[in-house]
Design a protein around this ligand. Structure first.
Ligand code: ADP
Ligand code: MG
Length: 401
């Protein structure tokens, strides 16, 4: 069974001359009213353009930031509408509100192939409460519902859950389809050998992912600050490194489970150490001989080679969590080296996690292009991998409301 089973895509839906509610993820970073990174807008363009070219009246909607008390001009969709208009080379009206008369006026004036962008959904606190009346008010604007906001599907919020239920014709856009297909394959039947690479800041952030992966993978490769806790659990003295002292027992339990399930676990054998997070250079040492006062801030060259070798015959590789403090050049080689080995492994490769995606994009060359899939959703991608049912995806299954 495929993870996309029972979910229609925008291609299957009758959107010609119809009013289409298109939930996108335009939660972009803003600095004093300027969009500082429009990646999310650009990623939504294929679905938007497809809908326009088929003559739909396109009603775009998204949340932006975390307004806690209702409308906040600093978080108005106007800022995003201007960027979108440039990309589409078309007018993009932004009504003052996402529901009610203001929204209706703009929406009912749309002609086939035209686009509007509703005001920030979170200006109504009902959005995050999956409020039925709010969903009903949104539903009055459109005939067909399409969700293309993967970053929001793990939350049961009105625009991705309650609203979708109110449409007989509902489905996913191209971006969401790609996410579900790639991540869903890891859950429903990854080709073996399947290797998972985990890193990042903390073991405690990733316990559920590790547990879920242990049931599926052939090998678990651990790097990043997370590896320190595993190394400590194995009896290594990591000196000043970040170690979660209260997670040592858990790390031992996870290692024991891996053994029982026959999952091979690879941990770093060397690391790049320095005196503090602010250090401007590091030294390579064996993990058994970290000097007093030093902390491990990256995996070392021998470890990169060890991990890369494990990728050689893998058919599937999933990666979440940087191998070190990759934001700083002296501690980025491990993360970029692993990204390079993964990209060139020939396996089906999936990257999930906000910082991990940023790391792959920062790795340079054609590394990002060579990955099979880089997920746009941090929390959503991990919850999907954990095997959780995501409300915004499940609601799209079935053809009747
Ligand atoms: P993701 O967002 O991809 O899930 P995380 O948020 O778990 O990843 O972790 C990313 C952060 O972990 C990065 O900011 C990185 O600098 C940090 N990190 C990774 N390894 C280390 C380390 N050895 N020491 C300190 N910080 C680390
Ligand atoms: Mg992160």
């Amino acid at each position: 069974m495929g993870y996309l089973d029972g979910i229609r895509t925008i291609k299957d839906l009758p959107i010609e001359n119809k009013r289409l509610f298109l939930r996108v993820d335009f939660n972009v970073p803003l600095d004093q009213g300027k969009v500082t990174d429009d990646t999310r807008v650009r990623e939504a363009l294929p679905t938007i353009k497809h809908a326009m070219s088929r003559g739909a009246k396109v009603i775009l909607a998204s949340h932006l930031g975390r307004p806690k008390k209702g409308p906040d001009p600093a978080l108005s969709m106007e800022h995003v509408g201007a960027v979108l208009a440039e990309h589409l080379k078309a007018e993009v009206h932004v009504p003052d509100d996402c529901i009610g008369d203001a929204a209706k006026k703009v929406v009912f004036d749309l002609r086939d192939g035209q686009v509007c962008l509703l005001e920030n959904l979170r200006f109504h606190l009902e959005e995050e409460k999956d409020d039925e009346a709010f969903a009903a008010a949104l539903s009055q604007l459109a005939d067909v519902y399409v969700d293309d906001a993967f970053g929001a599907v793990h939350r049961a919020h009105a625009s991705v859950h309650g609203l979708a239920k109110l449409f007989r014709d509902r489905g996913c856009g191209f971006l969401l389809e790609k996410e579900i297909a790639a991540l869903g394959k890891l859950v429903t039947g990854a080709d073996k050998p399947y290797v998972a690479v985990l890193g990042g800041a903390k073991v405690s952030d990733k316990i559920a992912v590790v547990e879920a992966l242990l049931a599926q993978v052939d090998a678990l490769v651990i790097g990043g600050a997370m590896a320190n806790t595993f190394l400590a659990a194995m009896g290594k003295d990591c000196k000043a490194s970040k170690v979660e002292g209260d997670k040592l027992a858990l790390a031992r339990t996870l290692l024991e489970k891996a053994k029982q399930k026959g999952v091979e676990v690879l941990v770093p054998i060397d690391g790049v150490v320095a005196g503090s997070l602010e250090a401007t250079e590091g030294a390579v040492v064996d993990v058994s001989s970290v000097p007093d006062g030093k902390m491990i801030l990256d995996i070392g060259p021998k470890t990169i080679e060890l991990f890369a070798k494990r990728f050689a015959n893998a058919k599937t590789i999933f990666w979440n969590g940087p191998m070190g403090l990759f934001e700083k050049a002296p501690f980025s080689k491990g993360t970029f080296g692993v990204a390079d080995a993964m990209a060139n492994s020939g396996a089906f490769t999936v990257v999930g996690g906000g910082d991990s995606a940023a790391a792959v994009n920062a790795a340079g060359g054609d590394i990002a292009k060579k990955m099979s899939h880089i997920s746009t959703g941090g929390g959503a991608s991990l919850e999907l991998i954990e095997g959780k049912k995501l409300p915004g995806i499940e609601v799209l299954r079935g053809t009747t409301a």
